[in-house]
Design a protein around this ligand. Sequence first.
Ligand SMILES: O=P(O)(O)OC[C@H]1O[C@H](O[C@H]2O[C@H](CO)[C@@H](O)[C@H](O)[C@H]2O)[C@H](O)[C@@H](O)[C@@H]1O
Ligand SMILES: O=c1ccn([C@@H]2O[C@H](COP(=O)(O)OP(=O)(O)O)[C@@H](O)[C@H]2O)c(=O)[nH]1
Length: 483
Amino acid sequence: MNLVVVSNRVSRGKPNEPMTGGLAAALLPVVEKTGAIWVGSSGRVRDGNHKEPFAEVEALGAGALAMLDLPAAHYGGYYEGFANSALWPAMHSRADLIRASHEDYTSYREVNAFMARALLRFRKPDSVFWIQDYHFLALGAELRDLGVTQPIGFFLHTPWPARAVIAGVPNHRELIEAMLSYDLIGFQTDEDCENFLSYVQNDLEFEVRDGVINSSFGRTRAAVFPIGIDPDKFAQQATKAMTHPDVTRLRRSLNGEKLAIGVDRLDYSKGLVNRIKAFDKMWSLHPNLRRSVSLLQIATPSRGAIEAYGNLASEVAKLVTDVNGVHGEVDWTPIRYLNKGFGQGVLAGLYRTAQVGVVTPLQDGMNLVAKEYVAAQNPADPGVLVLSKFAGAANELDAALLVNPHDIDGMARTLATALAMPLTERRMRWEAMMEKLNSGTIQQWFADFIEALQDTHSAGNAALPEPPTLWPRRTADFAARYH
Ligand SMILES: O=P(O)(O)OC[C@H]1O[C@H](O[C@H]2O[C@H](CO)[C@@H](O)[C@H](O)[C@H]2O)[C@H](O)[C@@H](O)[C@@H]1O
Ligand SMILES: O=c1ccn([C@@H]2O[C@H](COP(=O)(O)OP(=O)(O)O)[C@@H](O)[C@H]2O)c(=O)[nH]1
């Protein structure tokens, strides 16, 4: 098997560089170990008609990384536009933030078609294609249009929302029909998978039986594959990081005070505003916790060219200033707020230093930070995870203190409970969570998906007498422009 993994964001595997998001963090070890070729955006754009996509290819462990320059005329409409101003808010049930022009949709489809053409260069007879995330919902259909008959799987890293929300995305029907060119579609949680199937059954009116969709576009299976981490690697990194200068300086600066940590992209889905309000409330309700616990909030800049993200950055910065102004003292700062990223080798030590990990998104596909925080703890004296019930991770990490991120008073109370939790209960909860992390590692996620993809593809071929007729050209106008 020659595995071709495709995502918008890639990682070059530089150990001291921060990961930009969980998708890149999760795929990196998979590519390094399995020898897959990972194709994604170089982050640069290129003018011209792009008949010959430009890819820079370099080794990545046992695998390879191919970084493509995407078409200059369409990059903004694709990434900041349709992907992150229409699909992202919809996937996170923020229909109020959906902004999409028809030009953005055209650019999105153009980039999907461009990527399909670029992938032909990496195709071999035994290739298996694995497409990642909402940037490439239509890529499978584009590949089928180009005559690709090999297995094509898709994994969605974000949530999939209720039918009424996805219906707010322009061209939703055409896009979701295009997804039915995939052999297998993977989701993070049962709820995401059920929401998707409910749309397919009720809005597209295709037959769904035992997670298999039989449509005029072929046979597609939808199933759940919760993404994991490598807990052993994180535990080792955390032990090693305790002597890193950033970590020792942090510990020294605490003077015995307790620490809570939050690590998030500066994204409205992460619930940063409510989290800071909950700390404000906690210090107001429990004045004894002033000076005895502070919050280190790492908020790495993300998608800054989009208005909603710029607004959020200003709102959070102002809120932090206000809360520090109210509760701070000449020699004590309640919230240390950093707009920069850290390599995972350092991050693991920061997690281990904190008695409480605060992961309170309003919606999140999985949230790998929650899993990393748990894996980085000292088994003899583990910290407590306070976790939103709306993060995909809450399905497995149900031994965390689960909170409703909309209930600020409730979160304030839970934070105080976490800070006072006795060692025996902390250990019991931590051991239960580690058991889950060890049985759902990133390696397992990869193996499960690829096995299911190959099985589904073989079963689909066996069931279909004339496969080529099942892949109608849904996107003839886009295809014609490039082929
Ligand atoms: O590539 P960016 O636009 O900078 O955004 C970063 C990534 O954010 C999202 O990550 C998701 O994947 C994680 C791993 O499965 C999951 O834990 C998290 O809940 C998701 O939000 C996005 O889905 C990726 O495509 C981005 O690369
Ligand atoms: O300074 C930072 C902040 C985050 N991360 C990594 O970025 C990923 C964030 O993934 P998550 O699933 O929590 O959220 P996403 O950003 O993908 O929505 C995790 O692997 C973190 O270790 C990092 O390497 N450095």
